[in-house]
Design a protein around this ligand. Structure first.
Ligand SMILES: [Zn+2]
Length: 86
């Protein structure tokens, strides 16, 4: 019975430790995402970042260099270019 009681105590301590670890990880994650936001605000355009364009057919956004330009409109794929111009 004594062994069982000790075991139970250990389990309780481990449970609390696990909870602490989880809390620490959550705080760490929050701080990390917070500092990332501070260093790289979404409104500020990063130098060298590519322009995003919208597919005229399906509306998907993607880098300009990966899009197909046809008659002043961008498409995500040649398939959508054909579909749109049908
Ligand atoms: Zn598309």
């Amino acid at each position: 019975m004594v062994i069982l009681a000790v075991f139970k105590g250990v389990e309780e301590v481990l449970g609390k430790l696990l909870l602490l670890v989880v809390i620490a990880l959550v705080i760490y994650g929050l701080l990390k995402s917070y500092s990332r936001k501070m260093n790289n605000p979404p409104s500020t355009k990063v130098d060298g970042a590519e322009d995003m364009v919208r597919c005229a057919q399906c509306g998907v956004h993607q880098p300009k260099s990966e899009s197909i330009l046809s008659e002043g409109k961008f498409y995500c794929s040649d398939e959508h270019r054909k579909l749109h111009q049908k």
